[in-house]
Design a binder for this molecule. Structure first.
Ligand code: HEM
Length: 180
C-alpha cells in the first residue's frame, strides 16, 4: 500500500505521544524506514505490524488504533497533503462520501500499482446513509474513523455503525451513517 497510510500512522503517534513512543512502535513492528514516501509502495504486512505494535505500546485495542488513525488521517493529514482533492469532492460529508471513488481514481491515476478500495452510497430516510466498502484489505475500522473524521472536518458530527462486515463473513462491509 502507498506510503501515505504508514506516514499517517507515524504522524498520529508522534503528534499524540511523541517521537520516543513512535521509535518504540517502529522497533517493535520491525520496520526499518525512518520516514515514508507518499507514493512509494510498502508491504501491507508492514502497515499491519505498525498498527499492532502501536496497540501494544499504547495499550489500546487494535481496532481502536485503526479508528483513531482514520479519524486523524482525515482531520490532520488529508487537509495538509490533499486540500485540492477535498475541495473538489464538495462541501458536505454526503458529497465527500459520494465522491471517494472519484478522488481515489484521480489520486492513483499515475500510480499503476495502487489498488484503492471502492465505495457506494445509498441515501435512506431522515438523512441516514448506507455506506458500502469494498476491499480485499478489510480495513473497516479505518473507514469508520475516516467517516467520523469527515463529520468532524465539516463541523457536522456523524454517528457511524457497521451493520455488515466482510471480516464476519458478510459479502462486504456496510455502515449506517447518521447526522448527530
Ligand atoms: C482527500 C481524500 C483522499 C485521498 C487523497 C485518498 C488517498 C488514498 C491513497 C493514495 C490510498 C492508497 C491506495 C493504494 O495504495 O492502493 C488510499 C487508501 C485508502 N483509502 Fe483513501 N483517500 C482519500 C479519501 C478517503 C476516504 C474519504 C475514505 C473513506 C471514507 C478512504 C478510505 C481509504 C481506505 C480504507 C484505504 C485503504 C485501502 C483499502 O481499504 O483497500 N479514503 N487512499
Amino acid at each position: 500500500m502507498k506510503g501515505v497510510i504508514n506516514k499517517g500512522i507515524q504522524e498520529m503517534v508522534v503528534s499524540r505521544f511523541g517521537h520516543e513512543t513512535w521509535e518504540a512502535v517502529r522497533r517493535r513492528a520491525g520496520v526499518e524506514e525512518e520516514f515514508f514516501l507518499l507514493t512509494e509502495d510498502y508491504p501491507d504486512e508492514g502497515t499491519e505490524k505498525l498498527v499492532q505494535a502501536a496497540a501494544l505500546v499504547l495499550d489500546l485495542p487494535v481496532e481502536g488504533v485503526m479508528v483513531e488513525f482514520g479519524r486523524y488521517w482525515f482531520t490532520h493529514v488529508a487537509p495538509v497533503l490533499y486540500p485540492t482533492y477535498i475541495a473538489l469532492a464538495g462541501s458536505s460529508p454526503v458529497e465527500m462520501l459520494k465522491n471517494v471513488d472519484r478522488i481515489h481514481r484521480l489520486v492513483t491515476r499515475n500510480l499503476p500499482s495502487a489498488s484503492p478500495p471502492s465505495f457506494q452510497v445509498e441515501e435512506g430516510e431522515d438523512g441516514m446513509l448506507r455506506f458500502h466498502y469494498y476491499s480485499t484489505r478489510g480495513l473497516c475500522p479505518v473507514v469508520r474513523g475516516v467517516v467520523e473524521g469527515i463529520g468532524e472536518y465539516f463541523g457536522k458530527p456523524l454517528a457511524v455503525t457497521e451493520v455488515e462486515c466482510a471480516l464476519q463473513g458478510d459479502h462486504h462491509c456496510v455502515f449506517e451513517v447518521f447526522p448527530r
